[in-house]
Design a protein around this ligand. Sequence first.
Ligand code: ADP
Ligand code: ZN
Ligand code: MG
Length: 485
Amino acid sequence: MSSSAPAIATPEEIGKYEPVIGLEVHVQLNTRTKIFCGCPTGFGAPPNTNVCPVCLGLPGALPVLNRRAVEMAIQAALATHCRVNEFSRFARKNYFYPDLPKGYQISQYDQPLAEHGWLDAEVDGAKKRIGITRIHLEDDAGKSIHDGFKDSDRFTYVDLNRSGTPLIEIVSEPDIRSSDQAYAYLTELKQIMQYVGVSECDMEKGQLRCDANVSVRLKGAEKFGTKAEVKNLNSFRFAKMALDYEVARQVAVIESGGRVEQETRLYNVATGETVGMRSKEHAHDYRYFPEPDLVPLRVSDAWLEEIRSSMPKLPSEKREEFLGKGLSDYQVLVVTASRRWSEHYEKAAAISGDFIGTANFVTSELMGMPDALDRITPEGTGTLVRKIKEGEISGKMAKHILEKMYETGESPDQIIDSEGLRQISDTGALEKIVDEVIAQSPKQVEQYKSGKTGVIGYLVGQVMKASKGQANPAAVNELLKAKLG
Ligand code: ADP
Ligand code: ZN
Ligand code: MG
């Protein structure tokens, strides 16, 4: 039925409907070792080198739960206001993939680690609270690498280095009502995970993966429509585009008298369309059953409290804090964009002693430099801002010094010294130059004394020139005024 329907609905048709969206996000935890064995988790090792009998799924090998992975999952749960269950249980989810050597994934099913959380997603200044149904722990599969184009030389390679990497799956309630809200939810979730330190969430490395469940209903209707699940969303921008496409597709199906199929669809980046992949599998297809090789997981109150008390600040708390320091909404967004930016900004502000000045500098100068955080230290930023504030260097010089810092990795003081950029604020040295300029400009001095005080600009300019730009203009101005009476 859907195949005979027009691909995309008109804006008027779409306007009659409300999207209903729930997201399933997988986040790779950045533990040093895998979830059920001691193999390293590092990215980029030669294929099939970080493996052992457990993560290769060899018969008889037994999993041992990584305590650090549980701790990180709990941190993620607390950061999203979830209730952490005292008892949870692992379950086998059976399916066949060439890169899943056990023939099942160890996940959690009816007793997940954490439930009933939420986070606030902000769109155009409006906050929307989105429920989090559950967060559970599971192991990742290996990777299939497809190679070759012609049938005759097409190969698929299997790399099991990733097999057994710890994941959390974060399942949202179907509370999301637009692709913009979905984008905001994902952005906030990623930031939270980064701030808490459980994952870098680098999507290019597959550290954050997202599937979207989408349905539409007539505005005002209560009952949800049939949902389709869209997979393969490699960036938040693609997720938003895929959702927009999928909503328009479903509306077109319904408007032309059809029925949305419950199915799994793939987003095709090249065409911008979603394509039916398979009819949706149901829980019973996986034949979930309790994992017999692992005891139930118990999180004691004491352990939970220990983790709770060592939680870092969340991005939302940081945003509040910086707003309180007088930063603009835009500046707050910029300096809290990631935990690294937030830490850079905060350390720099502590050194400069000027929250707003540092925010101005970070947003206007630093943000635009690619990989700025890898090349400029918070000490460097803080020192520059302090020097501007104290009149030691001008804003223009700061810009130049920053560029040098970026290129050479040297500190502001090293660059100021090696380039002779120190401003002359020392009165003795300045006085000498000022006296010379006064002696050489009798006409302008006359004019000034007869009331044409605007001519002081000329005199300041002469002093700046004589000092090769190293005089402090404010100090020169004062000195001239004092001398001319
Ligand atoms: P399934 O049994 O198909 O796995 P779940 O009820 O477990 O479905 O939900 C999976 C995801 O789909 C969740 O993120 C949930 O919020 C979302 N979801 C459930 N029903 C709908 C719906 N009608 N429309 C959109 N999303 C939905
Ligand atoms: Zn292993
Ligand atoms: Mg489900």
